[in-house]
Design a protein around this ligand. Structure first.
Ligand SMILES: Nc1ncnc2c1ncn2[C@@H]1O[C@H](COP(=O)(O)OP(=O)(O)OP(=O)(O)O)[C@@H](O)[C@H]1O
Length: 676
């Protein structure tokens, strides 16, 4: 079915032009132009109507309608209708222009709320003529441009009638049977011309599954291609040496950390490029795993790059790696603030191979950066980097293995959508001895009590963060706010505790000094903007105070909260907020009750929608026609499992998958050579 829209009898060149203006060129485009909603007009006799229900009534207009005005601009239109020999009054508010639609003697269909006692209907929708009793559900299309509802419907009918026999089934029969799905042709018929809500539901179910399956097949195919097309990249990892390093850690790895490390090493020693996402809740020990794994690669003679989103993190990772890794390993740090001679030295060391491990921000992807033999790339908090940035770094190494790490808990539905082409490892267990963080939501007028509590903790040897968020959409005010709190606290605690200030605009060396002082407990209370949101690791900190907490989403609050509770001491998170809206209140409530990052992320997804969490464009989230990854997550999971079996079980070559294969091929990220 690739015929042009102009071939449908009844669609002339002018109409074809209108359709093309909204992106409909071919008949299949038209059939794929799905309704945005459905209106229901189910007609019942008057005595069967329920008081206060939304009902549909068909009747004959008895008198010319009457309009009266009240207040300044309000109007009330009264229509008298004869329905089964009973006089019914119809009221339309504020649409005096509707008067012309109700000419005496005409048959009309009206829809609205029924008042059984007064035999009166408050009309929401009206249309001329009686409705088709056999088709009580009407599809409503988005009528963009110059196209009217009635026109689209007419064309849809024409197109469907002329081409229904050409709508081929693309799913193997066994799928239809197992999932009790209607055929493709039936589904198209029901989605455009529903015979009942029951059939419509199943039609949607079928088309959503198909859409998700094709998407997942493409993802799995990409995944398989990565494995097959990147041969010749096996690293010889000396597990014993890595084990020795791990033994020198001041703790034992959790089972989850060990499992993930094994998965990574398995990938690294295979002759294909690794493309793996490491997920783990805040503080679950991802960095420890990353360091152990990169040590293996360095020992195998290749360079590694560790890309992080902030300068603060780059510095922190550098410091901890220098502490953990043996001295003969050369570790360097490259950020935009490293300039002049120092920068030249680092670039030379990367090109000559003298530098084994480079840690940096996006400065690592500048053109001037060249590696001798980059074999492994680790990207921390990967959703903060665009897809393009990720790829540039990877391309600097020939077939470099890549590990993406994220502490932002990504709900499963999102992760299998966004990262469907990656292998996923999870750290689903916290290190031993951690105590759950106690979270309290308080009103801002309790500020003094909170600061007294913070001081109590400091007296006991602990440290605290006080986060001052964005007040307006302005970085400056943000800093001002932090500055005010900093000055206020410094004054109150003078001589008793040292207060520090951190924000994005501080010069790099000052940032470094402040963070180092905080890490060494020379600063006990750190007043900061959200620059410490990700990754910052000071296990002695036990209190996180977040001002105006209702301005953050749940995932961000969880990240911030994750800065405490990283050691064995009991930790507290205090959310100061006076939210006005329901969602704000709900968020505070959920945060006080839940510490599980994944659960929070699921809730966040429900409260805010996928796009808001990552920004749809940047995240590369695909836009589906019918499917909604939050609502249809079960279908998504089923589709993912089926796609995995089909691709890795090599089933696409079998005859019953032939049609499906064509669809998978169609849009495989604009590369149609992949599935030959
Ligand atoms: N198995 C373990 N047992 C005890 N402590 C651990 C273990 N693994 C890591 N840690 C410690 O827990 C803290 C958090 O670990 P790490 O920084 O690796 O977590 P992360 O998952 O990278 O955190 P974030 O998501 O916040 O970046 C660190 O102080 C680290 O030394």
């Amino acid at each position: 079915m690739t015929d042009s829209i102009g071939e449908i009898a009844g669609i002339g060149p002018k109409m074809a032009e209108k359709l093309q203006a909204i992106g409909i060129y071919r008949i299949q485009d038209l059939l794929n132009y799905f309704p945005i909603r459905y209106d229901q007009y189910e007609q019942k006799p008057l005595h069967e109507l329920t008081h206060q229900d939304k009902v549909t009534i068909v009747g004959k207009v008895i008198h010319p309608p009457q309009v009266s005005y009240f207040h300044k601009k309000r109007s009330r239109l009264v229509v008298s209708l004869q329905v089964d020999n009973v006089a019914v009054k119809g009221i339309i508010f504020n649409r005096a222009f509707a008067k012309d639609h109700f000419q005496p003697g005409e048959i009309v269909t009206v829809n609205g709320k029924w008042d059984q006692h007064r035999l009166q209907i408050t009309i929401d929708q009206y249309r001329k003529g009686a409705i088709d009793k056999n088709a009580p559900i009407t599809a409503i299309y988005s009528s963009r441009g110059e196209i009217k509802q009635a026109q689209i419907k007419k064309w849809m009918k024409l197109a469907f009638e002329a081409y229904k026999q050409d709508i081929e089934e693309i799913l193997p029969l066994s799928y239809l049977q197992n999932y009790k799905l209607p055929t493709r042709a039936e589904a198209f018929q029901e989605i455009h011309f529903p015979s009942s809500f029951y059939h419509l539901k199943h039609a949607k179910r079928r088309l959503i599954y198909e859409e998700l399956l094709i998407f997942q097949l493409q993802m799995q195919q990409l995944r398989k291609n990565t494995k097959e097309q990147t041969k010749g990249n096996a690293k010889e990892i000396d597990k014993q040496e890595v084990d020795q390093l791990i033994e020198s850690f001041p703790f034992e790895l959790t089972t989850a950390q060990n499992n993930v490390l094994n998965e990574i090493f398995k990938d690294l020693s295979q002759p294909y490029r690794m493309n793996r996402l490491l997920q783990g809740d805040v503080g679950s020990g991802k960095t420890a795993v990353a360091i152990a794994s990169l040590y293996g690669v360095v020992k195998a003679g290749e360079q590694t790059a560790f890309m992080v989103p902030t300068e603060i993190l780059a510095e922190q990772h550098e410091a901890s790696m220098k502490e953990i890794l043996p001295e003969d390993i050369t570790i360097m740090r490259l950020t935009s603030s490293v300039k002049g001679k120092k920068r030249k030295e680092i670039l030379a060391a990367l090109a000559s191979g003298e530098c084994d491990v480079i840690i940096g921000t996006h400065a690592l992807i500048q053109d001037e950066v060249h590696f001798k033999n980059l074999g492994y790339v680790i990207i921390d908090e990967q959703h903060r980097f665009g897809v393009k940035q990720r790829n540039i770094l990877q391309e600097k190494g020939i077939l470099a293995d890549t590990l993406y790490m994220t502490a932002t808990p990504i709900p499963r539905t999102l992760s299998i959508t966004m990262y469907g082409d990656m292998d996923v490892s999870k750290i689903d267990e916290m290190p031993k001895g951690r105590q759950p963080i106690e979270t309290y939501w308080v009103k801002p007028n309790m500020m003094n009590r909170i600061f007294a509590f913070v001081y109590e903790q400091v007296k006991q040897g602990s440290q605290a963060y006080v986060i001052c968020p964005l007040i307006e959409e302005s970085d400056k005010l943000d800093i001002q706010n932090a500055l005010d709190v900093y000055q206020q606290l410094s004054l109150i605690l003078e001589g008793r505790a040292k207060v520090g200030l951190m924000h994005g605009r501080l010069p790099s060396d000052e940032k470094e000094t402040v963070m180092r002082d905080f890490a060494n407990n020379d600063i006990q209370i750190l007043v900061s903007t959200t620059v410490v949101e990700v990754g910052v690791n000071v296990p002695n900190a036990t209190v996180m105070v977040i001002q105006d907490a209702d301005r953050f989403g749940l995932s961000q609050l969880h990240q911030l909260r994750g800065r405490v509770g990283r050691g064995t001491k009991k930790s507290f998170c205090i959310l100061m907020a006076d939210p006005k809206g329901e969602t704000g209140k709900e968020r505070m409530q959920i945060m006080s009750e839940t510490t599980d990052g994944f659960e929070l992320a699921e809730k966040d997804l429900q409260l805010r929608g996928a796009g808001d969490i990552f920004g749809v464009k940047q995240s590369g989230l695909p836009e589906f026609k019918l499917a909604d990854i939050v609502h249809d997550y079960r279908a998504l999971e089923t589709a993912r499992n089926d796609a995995y079996e089909i691709i890795f079980g090599n089933k696409l070559v079998e005859p019953e998958y032939e049609k499906l294969k064509k669809y998978v091929n169609q849009n495989l990220l604009h590369d149609d050579t992949l599935l030959n």
